[in-house]
Structure formats: structure tokens, C-alpha cells
Design a protein around this ligand. Structure first.
Ligand SMILES: Nc1ncnc2c1ncn2[C@@H]1O[C@H](COP(=O)(O)OP(=O)(O)OP(=O)(O)O)[C@@H](O)[C@H]1O
Ligand SMILES: [Zn+2]
Length: 741
């Protein structure tokens, strides 16, 4: 007799159906549904947890996932039936637990998290086979040299597409068609093309330096061992972190596992793709919003089938249905772009760690300037700390100095100190490149009328309109509103009295063109026409030495390798420090360290010059002292004192509504509903620094508690006890907020 326990699925599925009646299963649909809905499984259909199915929902048909928690006991005959089971690998238990975990942690409806997984609906059906040709063995009655070439090609590889065969043989397709007609070739159905060729781990193995070898061995060990672990690869800028973690990627691939590499701004990092290609002889599959829909569908499907072995992607790649993930890498793990602040607010670095834990696989976090969270985890031993202290090829780190703007102010109406201008001139004279970094798009952040003091403000947001000269518009950076820059003041009517206040990158470019008319100046900013494609091209051009002076926003700070760059100037280092955000110091430190780290990467002596009005600020001091430990220790101390993450727990609630009164009122009701006995407290509601966005008024509350405080339970209790949001009121929860606007 068989004493093995009933299969898991039986336990979950059987009790829900009434005895003898049809089967009922829970299906998670991609909507803000708090729990799966029950559906009937029609006679003759078979599903299992994770099956991707089509179900009726109201008047529509939607794709959903068969879930695995018990449904309410209901009469199956009253339920609607599943319409269709897709011929698609089911989402495995790891992926389902991951969805549950993310939903629970972020307090989002699980349906919305599932929606991030089900983003490629066409991929649920198998890819069509491709029409191909193969030899029949019948020889053509009349042999010609071109026909012979085709048969030779077939001798090397037996199956081809019609045009592929013609191409490879160097003949016209009519020759191939002729061979079909005489019976020498016959049609055959070929499997769909792979999204990318398979990586070859033996292809372009790099010669690692002893330091790099030691670091890569430490990253390979957990891959070898299998199981969950996190390693923090902390290597100075230009130390070759990529080469080092590629060896761990190679090991995971050799073990037959899949690999996910997360990158911020992957749409801009062609150089990463090229380096991967050099190492593995093929590109990784890419996953980001710039990938055309058909390719995305192909990648989704082939990831699910295990055919795609490596994905390099943006944060949403975390939700691809890998059946056999053996390694996750989060490159530039400190990057704010990993935080999604839209619908489901999540931090991809943190969720990558969870994905690794759920799937029992190692995770590597890489950065020259890790987040304080990861640093603390490395110090306490939760993460393995793998340092790389030296640049590759013995390149020296740039010599960093502060330019005290009080002592060396720019000329009137200008923004660069004479000290920095001299350095630029010297650099360009030597045939090297200078990079000027300012994290502000456009020409000027504020325009005002000198006659009446009128300031141009967005009517829908609490924000000034930013002057974009290249487009001839004033724009709101929060809602996208754009208007023509008028000649006269809309308030007093005075002509030609509008002045631009403060600098944006366009204005710095103007200053450069006027000061160094003979230099080749290039402006890189994400809002210029041409989009990501143009930026990729221009970044390549900079790397090839086709510019002398480069001006850019934070996109130039990220991971680029410009061999001729020997001077980096930060135009306004104080910019990020002013906004009262608890992460302002950390962010500023990271950004300035990263951007100055673009200098001197190929061994030339280099400089980083940081313009500041407050050279005594601890961030500025830590930067020039090149003493990250001191900075991190100080930051950790401050956060610990304030009970902020990672030493305490924090969540934000953003209440928005069409009127200020409604938003504030609902915020107050939430605060009143906060449980008193759970060890957490609520601050606010306070009007958000951005009090108005797209015409919606915003108030913020913060929930704060100790490291072990039950934050999610507290928030759930608070929301349950407060009145339901009425009318236009909406509440957005943000666990571990990164933005405090
Ligand atoms: N062992 C190696 N053999 C050949 N080239 C290497 C090796 N290690 C690093 N490099 C080269 O050195 C340069 C810097 O490496 P990489 O961009 O990986 O640095 P990084 O640590 O990621 O720096 P950052 O944090 O500033 O982005 C690259 O051009 C890389 O190809
Ligand atoms: Zn606006």
C-alpha cells in the first residue's frame, strides 16, 4: 500500500470542491485584487498551481495564474469556468512565493505584483515554428556550381531557412527554390530562433590580476556551493568589478543554471553588452523598456523555457519567470534607479536579495559606493564583504580637491570658478577630456521678471518651470507641462525683462562654448531629442575621444569608461544636500564619488574638482580625504541615533486628493487610526515638499519603529481602522522610502 502523503496539490485543491462536484481553483488575476478569485475547472481540463490560464472577468477575458492557497468552499456550479490553459511552463513555487512575499512586504495587492510577471501576454502561447528546408538525399538531375554550393552548405548543417541557406551558400534564393522544385530539398518545421545565441564560458576569459582573482574566487565559492548567500563586491571605481563577477557568472552557467544581471539605466550601457559579448562570445538577452515588444515576448518565453541563460535587465527583470536561477547580480547596487515609485513601490536591490533567498541562490551586490544598508550588512557579517582596493592596470585614482566658491567665485553670470576654468584649459591643451557634471536638466531652474518679480510656476505642481532653451520652452519636471517662453511678462506685460536664475546643463554648455570656442563641446542630457539611442551613440563617441569637453547630468556618472577623461568638475556639489532628505548626504557622497571616478581610468594622472560653498561639510571632507570608511561610520552613527533604516523601520504614506482639505483630513484620520500598542509611531500628516503634483494635493505621514517592529502589520491595522478613502482620496504606501518629496 502506498503510504506517501497526498501530493501537495491535492491537499490544496480537493477540499474546495463539493464532494463529487467539479474542481475549483484560485486564480490570481493581474488587477488590484487582494486575493485570488475562485474559478471552476471545466471537465477535461487539467491545471496545476502556477498554470497560466485565461479566465472571464466581468465582460473581459484576462490572463491569470492558478494559485495555491485554499479557496472559500463554494458551490462550483455557480462559478465561472477557466476558458483556456496556455501551453506555457507554469510559474514554479519559488516564483509564486516571491510574488506573495513582495505583495506582503510592499502592502500591494498580490494581483498587481503578479501583473509585473505577466507582462508579455503573447508569450503565453508557444512561439510558432519556423519554415525551413532540409536535403532529401535526391540529387538534382542537372548539377550546377551554385546548386553544388547549396548542397555543400547542407552537408555542414542539415536544416536551414530558405533565405538563410541562400545567404550562407552565396546564391540567389531562386537557386534554392529550384532545388525544392526538383525534389532535392523538402520543407521542414524548425524550432523558433533563440532570442540570443548561447553564451560560451570558455570564450574570452580575462587575465585577472591577483587581487581580482582573489575577489572572483570568493564570489565563485558560493556559486559552487549553491544555496542562498549575499556577497558585497566593493571595488573602487575602475577596479574591474565587471570582469570579476563575470567569472561567477561563468561558473553558474557551467553548472547549467540561469543568471540574472540587474543594471541601472541598462538602455544606456551598450559598453556593458559589448564587454559581455567579448567575455562570452554572445550578447546577453536584454530586458528593459527600450527592447521592442516582439523581442521582449521572445525573451520572456525563452526565459520561462530555460532556453535563455543570461538576462541583463532593468529592475523589472526581477519578475521574469526563471525556472532555474543560479545567480543574481545587482550592479551599481547603490543606484536610486532601483527604486520603483509607481503602482507597486519596491526596491529592486532588496527584492533581488529576497528572490535569491526564495530560490536558494547566491546574490552579488556590486558597487564602488555601496548603500549604507549593504555596508552595514557586510560589517555585521550578514553579507560577505569582498573588497577590491586598487584600480585595474595600476591606474591611480583621481586627485580630488575642493574649489571653495567663496574664495574663488565665478565671474558675474557665470558658474565655473577660474580655478576650474584653468584646469579645463590645461586638460584640453593636452588633448585629454574634461567632464562637467551638474545634476540639473535644462538651461535654468527658475525664470523671473525683473520688473515685477513674477516667477514662472507650474499651475498643476508646486514647482518652478525650468527653462529649456534648446527646445524654446519652459517645462515642469514633475508633470511634463511645457509652454513657450514668452517675450513679455504674463503678469505685468513688460517686454524683455525675463531673466534666467541659476544654472542647468544647457547653460554650462553655453558658458563652455563662449569660453572655449575651439574645443569640441558635447552636452549629454536625457531630455534631448533622439532618446536613449542618441545617448548611447554619444557616450560611445566620448569614449572614442570625439569630444574635448563633456557636460552631463547624473547619467554620465554611471559606470562609463572614458579612457581619455582626466578631469571631472562637479559644478554644484551642494545641490543635493539642501533638501532635508535623510539620505541626502549618502546620495551626494555616492554621486560625487562616482562621477569623479570617471577620471583617469586608463592610467593618465587625473583630477576631480568639486565646486562648493561649504567646503567644511562632512561629505566634502570625506570625499577629498578619500576615506569612505569614515564617511560610512559617521552616517551609520547618525542613522542609528535617529532610528532610521537600517537601524529602524520606516514607511511613508502619501495621501493625495483633488483638494487640499480632503488630503489633509484623510491624513489626520489615518494618524488617529494608528495602533498605540505596536511599538511604532506616526509622524504627520505634513504637507509634502511637493505639495501639488499634476493638480493633486499631497500630504505625507511617516511610520517609524525599531528594527524588529511589525511595520506591515501596523500599517495594515491603521488602514483597516481608518475610514475608507472617499471621493478623490488615494493613499500610496512606500516601505523604506527613498524619496521624501
Ligand atoms: N583583468 C582585466 N583584463 C583586462 N581588462 C580589464 C581587467 N579588469 C578590468 N579591465 C578593464 O578596466 C576597465 C575598468 O573596469 P570596470 O569598468 O569593470 O570597473 P568598475 O570596477 O566597474 O568601475 P566603476 O565602478 O567605476 O564602474 C574596463 O575597461 C575593463 O574592461
Ligand atoms: Zn507640473
Amino acid at each position: 500500500m502506498d503510504h506517501s502523503p497526498a501530493p501537495f496539490t491535492d491537499l490544496l485543491f480537493a477540499p474546495d470542491a463539493l464532494p463529487g462536484g467539479p474542481k475549483v481553483v484560485p486564480v490570481l488575476v493581474p488587477l488590484p485584487a487582494e486575493r485570488p478569485y475562485s474559478y471552476r475547472v471545466p471537465e477535461g481540463m487539467s491545471v496545476e498551481p502556477g498554470s497560466i490560464v485565461q479566465v472571464p472577468l466581468g465582460p473581459r477575458q484576462v490572463a491569470g495564474v492558478v494559485w495555491d492557497q485554499p479557496t472559500d468552499p463554494v458551490d462550483a456550479r455557480k462559478l465561472r469556468a477557466i476558458t483556456h490553459v496556455f501551453d506555457c511552463p507554469p510559474l514554479d513555487a519559488t516564483m509564486r512565493r516571491f510574488i506573495d512575499w513582495v505583495a506582503d512586504y510592499t502592502i500591494s495587492p498580490p494581483g498587481l505584483v503578479a501583473r509585473m510577471v505577466l507582462r508579455a501576454p503573447v508569450a503565453f502561447d508557444p512561439e510558432p515554428h519556423v519554415d525551413g528546408l532540409r536535403a532529401t538525399g535526391v540529387l538534382p538531375p542537372r548539377m550546377t556550381p551554385t546548386r553544388q554550393r547549396v548542397l555543400d552548405t547542407l552537408a555542414q548543417s542539415p536544416e536551414w531557412t530558405r533565405s538563410g541557406l541562400a545567404n550562407a551558400s552565396g546564391v540567389a534564393v531562386s537557386v534554392v527554390d529550384g532545388l525544392v522544385k526538383v525534389g532535392a530539398l523538402e520543407p521542414v518545421s524548425l524550432p523558433p530562433h533563440p532570442a540570443v545565441p548561447a553564451p560560451d564560458t570558455a570564450h574570452g576569459r580575462a587575465e585577472l590580476t591577483p587581487d581580482q582573482r582573489e575577489a572572483s574566487d570568493r564570489l565563485i565559492a558560493p556559486v559552487e556551493a549553491g544555496g542562498f548567500s549575499v556577497s558585497l563586491l566593493e571595488g573602487v571605481t575602475g577596479s574591474g568589478k565587471t570582469e570579476v563577477y563575470f567569472e561567477a557568472v561563468a561558473r553558474a552557467l557551467d553548472k547549467g543554471r540561469q543568471v540574472l544581471i540587474l543594471l541601472p539605466e541598462i538602455a544606456l550601457t551598450q559598453s556593458f553588452i559589448d564587454r559581455f559579448h567579448q567575455r562570452f562570445g554572445a550578447e546577453p538577452a536584454q530586458w528593459h523598456s527600450d527592447v521592442p515588444p516582439r523581442m521582449r515576448e521572445k525573451v520572456w518565453r525563452q526565459v520561462a523555457e530555460g532556453r535563455v541563460r543570461v538576462v541583463a535587465g532593468a529592475r523589472s527583470a526581477l519578475f521574469l519567470p526563471f525556472p532555474d536561477l543560479g545567480l543574481v547580480i545587482v550592479d551599481e547596487e547603490h543606484d536610486p534607479a532601483y527604486k520603483q515609485e509607481d503602482r507597486t513601490f519596491y526596491h529592486a536591490r532588496d527584492m533581488a536579495v529576497v528572490r535569491g533567498r526564495e530560490g536558494g541562490c547566491p546574490v552579488i551586490l556590486a558597487s564602488a559606493t555601496p548603500s549604507l544598508e549593504s555596508r552595514v550588512n557586510a560589517r555585521t557579517g550578514r553579507y560577505a564583504h569582498v573588497p577590491l582596493g586598487r584600480r585595474f592596470a595600476d591606474a591611480a585614482l583621481p586627485d580630488l580637491s575642493l574649489v571653495d566658491l567663496r574664495r574663488h567665485p565665478p565671474a558675474r553670470g557665470r558658474f565655473l570658478s577660474p580655478v576650474l576654468l584653468t584646469a579645463i584649459e590645461e586638460t584640453v591643451k593636452r588633448g585629454e577630456q574634461a567632464l562637467l557634471f551638474l545634476n540639473r536638466r535644462g538651461y535654468a531652474p527658475l525664470t523671473l521678471c525683473r520688473a515685477c518679480g513674477h516667477r514662472f510656476q507650474c499651475s498643476q505642481c508646486s514647482a518652478w518651470l525650468v527653462d529649456h532653451r534648446l527646445r524654446g520652452t519652459l517645462q515642469c519636471h514633475h508633470c511634463g507641462h511645457a509652454q513657450h517662453r514668452p517675450e513679455s511678462c504674463p503678469s505685468c506685460g513688460t517686454l524683455d525683462h525675463l531673466v534666467a536664475c541659476g544654472p542647468g546643463v544647457e547653460r554650462i554648455a553655453e558658458e563652455m562654448l563662449e569660453t572655449f570656442p575651439d574645443a569640441r563641446t558635447i552636452l549629454l542630457s536625457s531630455d534631448l531629442p533622439g532618446g536613449a539611442r542618441r545617448l548611447r551613440r554619444e557616450l560611445d563617441a566620448v569614449a572614442d575621444g570625439e569630444a574635448d569637453i563633456v557636460i552631463g547630468t547624473q547619467l554620465v556618472a554611471k559606470g562609463h569608461h572614458f579612457p581619455l577623461m582626466t578631469l571631472v568638475g562637479a559644478v554644484d556639489a551642494d545641490l543635493g544636500l539642501a533638501n532635508g532628505d535623510p539620505r541626502a548626504a549618502e546620495r551626494t557622497f555616492q554621486l560625487l564619488h562616482q562621477v569623479t571616478g570617471r577620471a583617469g581610468r586608463s592610467g593618465l594622472p587625473s583630477r576631480g574638482m568639486i565646486q562648493t560653498w561649504s567646503p567644511e561639510h562632512p561629505v566634502m571632507q570625506a570625499l577629498v580625504a578619500a576615506d569612505p570608511d569614515r564617511f560610512y561610520d559617521r552616517e551609520a552613527h547618525e542613522r542609528q541615533r535617529a532610528g532610521l533604516p537600517p537601524f529602524g523601520r520606516l514607511a511613508a504614506l502619501i495621501v493625495s486628493a483633488d483638494t487640499r482639505r480632503e488630503a489633509e483630513e484623510h491624513g489626520r484620520e489615518l494618524a488617529r487610526a494608528a495602533p498605540q500598542d505596536m511599538g511604532l509611531e506616526v509622524l504627520g500628516p505634513a504637507e509634502a515638499p511637493l505639495g501639488l503634483v499634476r493638480g493633486r494635493h499631497r500630504f505625507r505621514l511617516l511610520a517609524q519603529g525599531g528594527r524588529r517592529a511589525p511595520l506591515q502589520a501596523f500599517l495594515r491595522a491603521m488602514i483597516a481602522a481608518a475610514p475608507k478613502p472617499r471621493g478623490s482620496v488615494h493613499v500610496q504606501i512606500d516601505i523604506d522610502p527613498q524619496s521624501f518629496l
